[in-house]
Structure formats: structure tokens, C-alpha cells
Design a protein around this ligand. Structure first.
Ligand code: PMP
Length: 285
């Protein structure tokens, strides 16, 4: 079946899309992206994803005049590809646009290039039930990880290394502190308190992270947004990662060292349950 995508203001068959070699996304990875999940009938926290997209654009000074139409475009991609009843991820990216190659931003500014697609997926379940091990590695990324930039080479390189060694995610350490994963945020339970890196330029403010904190508060679990130092890892009784596609996934080992009993812990399971209640509440909004 022909896949319909969104490209520069139009919905069209994917094979009709062509991107200029002068596109700054192609030349400099000069752009941002967003991924939002459709739960077989509704989007989860579209407002959160929409405002993060606008923030990323603002931070890079990319002016996309139609930014307000992102929710409608995402919905239209679902409809035009007949995916209403399936679990779907909508991917959307905006680059600075097409201009002769030079480091300075084009002046006057050019129209940004926009591209989006919707793809059904089978939500992963084994890792979510049994947990995953993660590879701990030095954070080799830049100092603006709060921007959802399409420049993801450090993330893909690190994730590739983790999976090739049999791990489910790569977790970054910067100056001794755990920041986040290559495509997820990470939480720890230490002395019964849920800990995660505070919002800063060293992590992406994950939509799942925010909703997990909400779920923890509803569940009466104390949350501290305070970075965990690697020297504290031996005190961790539970850990999990969060992201849009995998929601809450238990972490049962750092490198080869098991955490606690080496299986998903009770707080993680409670949060998985309560996170789902929050997801379901979006069905009626
Ligand atoms: N951090 C990074 C680096 C990511 O790429 C992602 C996934 N987009 C996340 C965290 C999790 O964000 P979200 O919960 O919004 O998917």
C-alpha cells in the first residue's frame, strides 16, 4: 500500500518526496523532531509533544509559521494511512530549510522543510515484563540535550554499541552523574525514593518522564529530581527507563551487575500500572 507522508505543507505518496541536497538538515543536521504516540484511537499527551516541538524550534530560531497545525497534521497522517485502530508512532521533523552551504543561518530566513510520517508498530512487551540490562557509558553528546535535535550520531553510536553487546539501552554518565539514555530517561529507586536527573541542558525533558513523575505522586511515591552519582549505584534497589514507544521499562542490570534481585521491582510495577491509568485518561479528553 502507498504510504502517505506530509512534506512541506502537502500530504503525498512517500515516493514523490524529494529533498534538496542543500537542505540544512542534510548538510548540518540543522533541525528538530518530535515523536508522538497514538493509542489505537487517541494521542497521548499531544499538548506536551506539541509544546516541546515549539520549544525546540524556538531554541534553534527556526521559524515554522504552521507550527500550530502539528496536532492536525499528525491526525491526518493517521487517517490517510488508515491507521486509526492501530498503535502508531507519528514522526515529524522540521529543518531550517534549503540554502547554499555556509555556517551562518540563511538571512533572510528561508522556509523550513517539514516532513512527517505515521507508522504502526507492535509495542514491545518482553523487555517491559522481564526488564533489560543497560550499558553505562560516558556521555559523548553536546551541551544542549534539552533540544530534540535530529543530530543523533552520539545516540545512535552508543545504542549500537549497547545492542551489539546484548543490552537494551545505553545510559550516559557525565562528570560522574547519570544523565539519561540514548533515547530514554532513567529513574532509580534509592531508599524508597524515586530519583531522576532534573530538567537541564543535559537531558531531554521526556513526556513519559513527566507523566511518570505524575504517576509517582498519585501513587504516594516520593520523587526527587536530583541526579544520581555513579558512586550511589550500589544503593539502587530498582531502576527503569521511560520513553514514548516503550513507556516504563524495568532495568534489571547495569552492565553485567544485577540490580537488587535482578528482576523488576514493586515500585516499577506499580508505576507501570498507574502510568497506564494516565494514558487511558487521554481517551476521554
Ligand atoms: N531522552 C532522549 C535522548 C530521547 O531521545 C527520548 C525519546 N525521544 C527520551 C529521553 C524520552 O522522551 P519521551 O518520553 O518524550 O519519548
Amino acid at each position: 500500500m502507498v504510504e502517505t507522508v506530509f512534506f512541506n505543507g502537502e500530504f503525498l505518496p512517500k515516493e514523490n518526496v524529494s529533498v534538496s541536497p542543500d537542505d540544512r538538515g542534510f548538510l548540518f543536521a540543522d533541525g528538530v523532531y518530535e515523536v508522538v504516540r497514538w493509542y489505537s484511537g487517541f494521542f497521548f499527551n499531544m499538548e506536551g509533544h506539541h509544546s516541546r516541538l515549539k520549544r525546540s524550534l524556538r531554541e534553534l530560531k527556526i521559524k515554522w509559521d504552521e507550527a500550530d497545525s502539528f496536532p492536525e497534521i499528525a491526525g491526518e497522517l493517521i487517517r490517510l494511512n488508515f491507521l486509526e485502530k492501530k498503535p502508531v508512532l507519528v514522526y515529524f521533523q522540521v529543518t531550517r530549510g534549503v540554502a547554499p552551504r555556509t555556517h551562518t543561518f540563511p538571512s533572510p530566513s528561508v522556509k523550513p522543510t517539514t516532513y512527517g510520517f505515521a507508522r504502526s508498530f507492535i509495542p514491545e512487551s518482553t523487555g517491559k515484563e522481564n526488564g533489560i540490562s543497560v550499558l553505562l557509558k560516558n556521555d559523548i553528546r553536546w551541551g544542549r540535550c534539552d533540544i530534540k535535535s535530529i543530530a543523533l550520531l552520539p545516540n545512535t553510536m552508543s545504542f549500537e554499541e549497547a545492542t551489539s553487546k546484548g543490552h537494551g539501552e545505553c545510559i550516559f554518565i557525565r562528570d560522574g552523574y547519570i544523565t539519561e539514555g540514548s533515547h530514554s530517561n532513567i529513574f532509580f529507586v534509592i531508599d524508597g525514593i524515586l530519583r531522576t536527573h532534573p530538567e537541564s541542558e543535559y537531558i531531554l525533558s521526556g513526556i513519559t518522564r513527566k507523566n511518570t513523575i505524575k504517576a509517582a505522586k498519585i501513587s504516594g511515591i516520593k520523587v526527587e529530581e536530583k541526579a544520581v552519582h555513579e558512586s550511589e549505584l550500589n544503593r539502587v534497589s530498582e531502576a527503569f527507563i521511560t520513553n514514548t514507544s516503550a513507556e516504563i521499562t524495568p532495568v534489571i542490570a547495569f552492565n553485567e551487575i544485577p540490580i537488587g534481585a535482578g528482576r523488576p521491582g514493586p515500585l516499577t510495577e506499580l508505576l507501570q500500572k498507574n502510568f497506564h491509568e494516565i494514558v487511558k485518561s487521554y481517551a476521554y479528553k
